[in-house]
Design a protein around this ligand. Structure first.
Ligand SMILES: CCC[C@@H]1OC(=O)[C@@H](C)C[C@H](C)CCCCC(=O)CCC[C@@H](CC)/C=C\C=C(/COC)CC[C@@H](O)[C@@H](O)C[C@H](O)CNC1=O
Length: 159
């Protein structure tokens, strides 16, 4: 048990998933589509948006594709957790974020055939796409996995 920290990681994953679904629910029920609420002036706004595709609207409307990809991604990640993340907290965290992020958007795609987005940042480039908590978890998860593999880990087990 200690080596896989299943319980703590399950708690983290459920919290991320709950925050994702709650924020999407609030945006979808409390805001008009396209409505924008400035939080940090022009730099960060909450804008009610929908996307039936992946990042940057790729594969628009291809729900079956998304269902299949997500199921494979989650199964692969669970397998990878079992085989490669033993005694490796950083990798366990990265995988947990990836799974909860993928499930967050999966729920939206199943229920509405589109994803609710609301985080509108004017940070990187002007047309940086509007995203949500699930996307953030996926992106942080990808970054953690890259750090783990290329910087700290090379997949080695913690002493
Ligand atoms: C984040 C992954 C996208 C997420 O993938 C998912 O669901 C998982 C389950 C997997 C997809 C089914 C397939 C992945 C396709 C590859 C891809 O997409 C390359 C991604 C690069 C990425 C680095 C990881 C950069 C940044 C993205 C964005 C900013 O994220 C902070 C833009 C988010 C906005 O376009 C927003 O409208 C998207 C909408 O919410 C639906 N989200 C998805 O499809």
């Amino acid at each position: 048990m200690k080596q896989y920290r299943i319980l703590p990681m399950a708690v983290v994953g459920i919290i991320v998933l709950a925050i994702d679904q709650l924020t999407k629910y609030l945006v979808a029920t409390r805001m008009e589509l396209g409505e924008s609420i400035p939080v940090l002036g022009e730099f960060f706004k909450i804008t009610s948006h929908r996307n039936s595709g992946a990042a940057w609207g790729m594969f628009e409307g291809r729900m079956m594709f998304f269902y299949i990809i997500t199921v494979f991604v989650v199964i692969f990640l669970a397998y990878f957790y079992k085989t490669e993340a033993k005694n490796n907290l950083l990798m366990q965290l990265g995988i947990t974020l990836l799974i909860s992020g993928a499930l967050g958007n999966f729920i939206d795609r199943l229920l509405f055939q589109e994803v609710v987005d609301f985080a509108d940042v004017l940070l990187i480039t002007y047309d940086f796409p509007i995203f949500n908590v699930a996307d953030s978890a996926l992106t942080v998860g990808v970054i953690i996995m890259l750090i783990e593999v290329f910087i700290t880990g090379r997949g080695k087990e913690e002493k």
